[in-house]
Design a protein around this ligand. Structure first.
Ligand code: MG
Length: 262
């Protein structure tokens, strides 16, 4: 599959559909495709929509799981007071009910006073796989999107594990679309709170590479088409307040913006 941007969207309140994003920034159109790209491939229906006539949704709602990787940039591990040289990736799960879309307003959970943003590169799996050797990971990757791995720091500290802290409703914004061709080992990952640049990292600084992460995850879990793996966040994380706007961006993919409220 060549370079493509695959989006999921709604038109006029109808059921969500998938399409291929085409055209220059600011003048994009969406060529609708049949069904689900993970199971049915890319078959155009013949219908084309203008970007301004659709509402983009999270490009995938995983049927089974979002896997997260903690402390995968040494500078972020340091700012959190954690070990920056782990022997293997630290994995956690976010339920599919935590997924939100680009532009969605997200209600901060009532149990937390300390919800943090974490801009991240996200890997979208394209094939059923298990025990994938690192060198074969490109064969099982469908593409890449942008994630915000929202984390309730207070619950993370008190609970001893991260199900609530990272799994609450809305804790996993994804978007704006899936880019099928990307060099995941050297792209810029940024996070802007309002118009202030707060996170600015490069995936070449990840402790474990995308190939190592996907291989490692597949040694524990069967990965399914549409599963999402978050690759960790660079330094500069901070808290979200009522009324904030946060944009996570990955070079070569696009921007994921959400607003936050109580
Ligand atoms: Mg994270």
């Amino acid at each position: 599959m060549g370079h493509m941007r695959i989006a999921r969207f709604v038109v006029d309140g109808q059921d969500p559909v998938y399409g291929v994003v085409e055209g220059e920034e600011g003048a994009e159109s969406l060529t609708q495709i049949v069904g689900d790209p993970f199971y049915q491939g890319i078959q155009p229906t013949g219908t084309v929509h203008r970007m301004e006539d659709v509402r983009l949704l999270a490009p995938v709602i995983p049927r089974s799981k979002v896997i997260g990787i903690g402390s995968n940039y040494a500078d972020h591990a340091q700012e959190m007071g954690k070990e920056s040289q782990r022997p293997s990736p630290l994995m956690f799960l976010k339920p599919n009910t935590s997924v939100a879309g680009p532009g969605d307003p997200i209600t901060l959970p009532s149990f937390s006073e300390e919800v943090s943003f974490e801009a991240e590169l996200a890997v979208v799996i394209g094939r059923i796989c298990k025990d994938v050797p690192p060198e074969r990971v490109p064969e099982v990757v469908f593409g890449y999107t942008v994630a915000n791995d929202l984390t309730a720091r207070d619950a993370q500290r008190t609970d001893g594990q991260w199900a609530r802290a990272k799994g609450f409703d809305g804790a996993c914004p994804l978007g704006p679309w899936i880019e099928t061709e990307l060099d995941p080992d050297d792209v810029r990952v940024t996070g802007e709170l309002g118009d202030e640049l707060r996170q600015d990292g490069q995936t070449s600084d990840m402790v474990f590479s995308v190939q190592e992460i996907v291989s490692f995850a597949s040694s524990a879990f069967t990965l399914l088409p549409g599963d999402v793996i978050l690759t960790g966040t660079p330094a500069g994380v901070g808290l979200l307040e009522e009324g904030d706007t946060f944009t996570a961006a990955v070079e070569g993919i696009g921007d994921l913006t959400n607003t936050f409220r109580r």
